[in-house]
Design a protein around this ligand. Structure first.
Ligand code: NDP
Ligand code: RET
Length: 318
């Protein structure tokens, strides 16, 4: 009963943002990676409701079309104005596999041809503690998708973000960055693979990347901020094996204690849309508030070295 009461009490400090102004994002174009599921889907739903043209960058077109259809149905059922009927709001599905640099290049090529502006880029997609796997280009999967794929994507879209300024880049990291290190001598984890360490390393890379990019973008009116969403009930745990018998217990615990995707997406939505963070850049947020980082996430020399190596790895510098 206590668990149920706690759950039903609602979001509490996990305050819902953006509800007040249905045209806050009218005329703005937003790209969200991994928008078919979990936090990305909830972020897309809310920004669509706020009038944005939302481009869903997803690796599986069928899953993405299905999610887009559901989002539009939910929007209609909530009584919000029909997308495209003067109130803004539009959903576009595009294929983007962050585990393939050629897919990232194709996605950006198409986007640069078709879109005249880009106001917000949300680097949200992620893989969590998968077995040892490599991306199409031979990178360890978690580092490859969570960091390198987004590194190339962001760099290829920077020109459009700059020409659309003021514009924003929002990066979804995790508090688990605390358990990672950038071990430059084995970025592909060929000497040893620890799935928890590699996830944390990729999330630390997200923060170092965001801070280095914010430094490089000073004076351009393009801001970059990074966030942790808290613990959220999504599909992220798909690679965690939980024996069938204890699954109901885990489900109960997650139902009672984890945030819902909409609650977890609040900081992404806030950083993408709120006038409160206009001009704010290079910061780390949780629950829509700025938080402190450990020194290892603020190390400028590691951030620069990671940037330089990432450029070579994704083929921006030969
Ligand atoms: N849930 C949580 O508690 C926490 C989540 N995060 C972060 O939040 C972000 C969103 O995760 P969450 O919503 O929880 O998890 P989900 O698994 O629900 O969503 C992850 C999304 O990323 C997509 N994705 C995975 N691999 C690729 C790829 N190669 N190319 C393109 N898209 C890909 C997935 O696509 P598909 O559906 O096709 O697999 C899915 O759309 C991640 O960056 C995660 O690290 C951080 C801290 C806590
Ligand atoms: C819902 C649910 C699960 C989801 C796990 C998730 C969503 C893990 C989140 C990971 C975090 C916190 C990552 C931080 O960066 C389990 C445990 C697989 C099984 C029980 C039901």
């Amino acid at each position: 009963l206590w668990l149920a009461a706690r759950r039903l009490k609602g979001p509490g400090v996990r305050q819902l943002h953006g509800g007040g102004n249905p045209s806050l994002m009218h005329g703005k174009t937003v790209v969200i990676t991994g928008a078919n599921s979990g936090l990305g889907r909830a972020t897309a739903a809310e920004l669509l409701r706020l009038g944005a043209r939302v481009i869903m960058g997803c690796r599986d077109r069928a899953r993405a079309e299905e999610a887009a259809g559901q989002l539009l149905r939910e929007l209609r059922q909530s009584g919000s104005p029909e997308p495209d009927a003067g109130a803004g709001g539009e959903l576009v599905v595009k294929e983007l596999d962050l585990a393939s640099l050629s897919s990232v290049r194709a996605f950006c090529g198409e986007l640069l041809q078709e879109e005249s502006r880009l106001d917000v880029l949300i680097n949200n997609a992620g893989v969590f503690q998968c077995p040892y796997m490599k991306t199409e280009d031979g990178f360890e999967m978690q580092f490859g998708v969570n960091h390198l794929g987004h590194f190339l994507l962001t760099n290829l879209l920077l020109g459009l973000l700059k020409s659309s300024a003021p514009s924003r880049i929002v990066v979804v990291s995790s508090k688990l960055y605390k358990y990672g290190d950038i071990n430059f001598e084995d970025l592909n984890s060929e000497q040893s693979y620890n799935k928890s360490f590699c996830y944390s390393r990729s999330k630390l890379a997200n923060i170092l990347f965001s801070r280095e990019l914010a430094r490089r973008l000073e004076g351009t009116n393009v801001t970059v901020n990074v966030l942790h969403p808290g613990i959220v009930r999504t599909n992220l745990g798909r690679h965690i094996h939980i024996p069938l018998l204890v699954r109901p217990l885990f489900n109960l615990v997650s139902w009672a204690f984890f945030k819902t995707p909409l609650e977890g997406a609040q900081t992404s939505i806030y950083l993408a849309s709120s006038p409160e963070v206009e001009g704010v850049s290079g910061r780390y947020f949780g629950d829509c508030k700025e938080e402190e980082l450990l020194p290892k996430a603020m190390d400028e020399s590691v951030a620069r070295k990671l940037w330089d190596i990432s450029e070579v790895m994704v083929g921006m510098l030969k």
